[in-house]
Structures are given as structure tokens and as C-alpha cells.
Write a protein that binds this ligand. Structure first.
Ligand SMILES: [Zn+2]
Ligand SMILES: [Zn+2]
Length: 357
């Protein structure tokens, strides 16, 4: 990208480039003396945000803790092998420097955690889903959705912070299209994200749990993975657009997905705010009309293409045929890269070699 010395700086300061970011020296973003994946991990760790996202900040007690977004004592314990679970992580190849998704073992204490709740709020707020089995109350369904949304909200804030820090440390990024494109994306989604959060918080503070609408499906078997995730569904099950992520004027409406095994059953919850119920109306009708095998197929595509916060039982993944495993990871790449294999998001019923069920 070519930017003239006298053009306005792309950082948005309103100053000319020559007196703004052009003058600043670049520092290396990651420590070049250690392996690249460790260096990336360290940089991410140094830029975490420790902040309780509960709206009643004056009640906060204690530092933000590593709050689990999936129940630790029951779900993670059940799915773990010697205390470890698998999650998918982007790993940089040391020689080619290319990023690829890989299954990685992660300890139960750390898996699915985020430092987005103080110990008081984490315990008090989620008690009805931490200490009790699922019995389908509006309160429980609200909490699953609230927790999944809070996790994504917090992760997005961390990603935006890290992105900004990268630009501060390496000012030449302000001449890089990819960097500026991401920056614009963060800036645009921030307003929608704050608005969505205000609706969730308003509902929480007034115990208005029906402010979240859910489609609940119960399978009569236990799956070997669990999901707690929030995302912008791009197409419904007939390929009609739901969220237009390319239109900066359009408000975007998130959906949360919760999946967990419990008592020989699997609970699946698709949830969105009542405020988005028109947007998700057709999707809801389509979900309600699905046969079990169709729903499973949709999740086979939806989970790897939209959800990052997923844990798997290590034996389940280790026993998966290696070409099926690599097909699964290929679909997963579309959550973090612009590579969308055979337009899976547009046709979530696409057949897959692997199955999660
Ligand atoms: Zn600047
Ligand atoms: Zn708090």
C-alpha cells in the first residue's frame, strides 16, 4: 500500500503521515530468540485483559479469575483424559511460517477459561448452571447464552487490544492493508457488540430471562465434546443471508451455541436475544423441522466453521481416522482465515467425511 508523506495518517489521528506514524520506529512484535509458537503465546499472554464484565462493578470482589466457560467439575472432568482435553489451536510451522489448525492437549484448569469474571460474580451468577443439572428453565438457558456471549465479548476485546498494541509497536503496519482491514472490522463490530451487551445486561439485572430466545434439542446419548460459543450466523439453513458481514451499515446479530453431555443425554441450545428474533425467525422454524441426523450434520459443519471454544475428549479425536481429522481441521480453518471450503457456511447440510456424533 502506498501512502504519501503528506496524506492523512491511516491511524485516524488527523495528522499528516510524515509527522505521525512515518516517524516512528518498528520494534519486533515477538521475541525472535525463542520458537515462534512460544513467542506468540507469550505476546498473547502479555496482552490479556483482566476485567469482570458483570454490569454491577461495585459488587465485584477479588481479582478476575480464570472463569470456565464450560462447567469444569462435571463436563470437563467427564470429557478429559488424565485431566487433559483437546482444543483446536492455530500453530505456526517453524520453517514455512504458515498457520495451521491442530488439536492440542490443554489442562482442565485452563481449558475454556477467560479472565472475564471476578470470583464473586463467577460463582453467584452461574450457580444455577454450575451446581444443578439442566432442567430447561428460562433462567438456565439465559445463563448459558449469557456466559457464551460474555466469553466472546471478552475475547474480542482482547483481540482488539492486541491488534492495537501491534500497531503501536510496529507503526509500519499502518501502511498494511490487511492490518487496516482488521482494524476497521474491530472498530465496526465494537458498537454492535456493546449494544448487544447492553441488552444482555439489562435482561440480567431485571431477571428478564425470556429476553433470550432459545431452541433446545436433547439427544438421547452423550457426545464426546462440548461447545460454548457465540458468533454471527451468516446464512440460514436454506442459504438465505442472516448477517451481512460485508455491509458496514447493517447491524449484526449474534447467536450462541451451547452443547454438552449430561446424564446419558446431550443438551443443545441455540440462543439469541428477543431483539434479534425476527432476524432468526426462519432459522428457528428450520431448526424445529429437522430430523436428528440432519441436525447432527448441521453441527458437523457449524461447529468447526464458526466455533472456537470447543473441547474434545482426547480418545475420541485420537481414534478418528487421520484423513477425516484433517478434513475437520480444514473446515475449522474458516473460523480464523478467509478460506471457506466449498462454501460450507452457505450449505450447512453439506456431507462430511467425519462426524462428531
Ligand atoms: Zn498515525
Ligand atoms: Zn465482578
Amino acid at each position: 500500500m502506498k501512502i504519501g508523506r503528506n496524506d492523512l495518517c491511516t491511524c485516524g489521528s488527523g495528522k499528516k503521515y510524515k509527522v505521525c506514524h512515518m516517524q516512528l520506529p518498528d520494534k519486533p512484535l515477538i521475541d525472535p530468540s525463542i520458537p515462534v509458537n512460544s513467542a506468540i503465546d507469550r505476546r498473547m499472554r502479555e496482552n490479556l485483559i483482566k476485567q469482570c464484565v458483570h454490569p454491577n462493578q461495585e459488587e465485584c470482589r477479588g481479582e478476575p479469575i480464570k472463569a470456565h466457560s464450560i462447567q469444569n467439575n462435571r463436563i470437563l472432568r467427564k470429557l478429559g483424559r488424565n485431566g487433559d482435553l483437546y482444543m483446536v489451536k492455530m500453530v505456526v510451522n517453524e520453517t514455512s511460517k504458515r498457520m495451521n489448525p491442530r488439536f492440542k492437549a490443554i489442562g482442565r484448569k485452563k481449558a475454556t477459561t477467560f479472565s472475564g469474571f471476578c470470583s464473586h460474580h463467577d460463582k453467584e451468577l452461574f450457580q444455577p448452571i454450575e451446581d444443578q443439572d439442566f432442567y430447561g428453565s428460562e433462567h438456565q438457558k439465559f445463563l448459558f447464552s449469557y456466559r457464551a456471549f460474555s466469553f466472546e465479548y471478552h475475547k474480542k476485546a482482547e483481540a482488539a487490544k492486541l491488534h492495537k498494541k501491534n500497531g503501536d509497536d510496529k507503526p509500519s503496519l499502518y501502511t498494511n492493508y490487511e492490518y487496516l482491514g482488521f482494524k476497521e472490522g474491530y472498530d465496526l463490530s465494537t458498537n454492535d457488540n456493546e449494544y448487544t451487551k447492553s441488552l444482555y445486561d439489562e435482561a440480567l439485572l431485571s431477571n428478564d430471562y425470556v429476553a433470550v430466545e432459545s431452541v433446545e434439542v436433547v439427544l438421547n446419548k452423550e457426545v464426546l465434546f462440548s461447545v460454548s460459543s457465540g458468533f454471527y450466523l451468516e446464512y440460514d439453513l436454506t442459504g438465505e443471508k442472516i448477517n451481512d458481514l460485508s455491509n458496514p451499515e447493517a447491524r449484526i446479530h449474534p447467536v450462541t451455541l451451547t452443547v454438552f453431555p449430561e446424564n446419558k443425554r446431550t443438551i443443545i441450545l441455540f440462543s439469541w436475544l428477543r431483539d434479534s428474533s425476527e432476524i432468526y425467525f426462519n432459522f428457528k422454524q428450520q431448526l424445529l423441522g429437522l430430523k436428528v441426523d440432519q441436525l447432527e450434520q448441521i453441527l458437523n459443519n457449524m461447529i468447526p466453521s464458526y466455533c472456537e471454544n470447543v473441547v474434545y475428549n482426547p480418545d475420541f479425536i485420537d481414534n478418528m481416522n487421520s484423513s477425516n481429522k484433517s478434513d475437520y481441521l480444514k473446515v475449522y480453518s474458516s473460523t480464523t482465515m478467509d478460506y471457506i471450503p466449498s462454501n460450507i457456511k452457505k450449505n450447512l447440510l453439506t456431507a462430511t467425511s467425519y462426524t462428531l456424533f
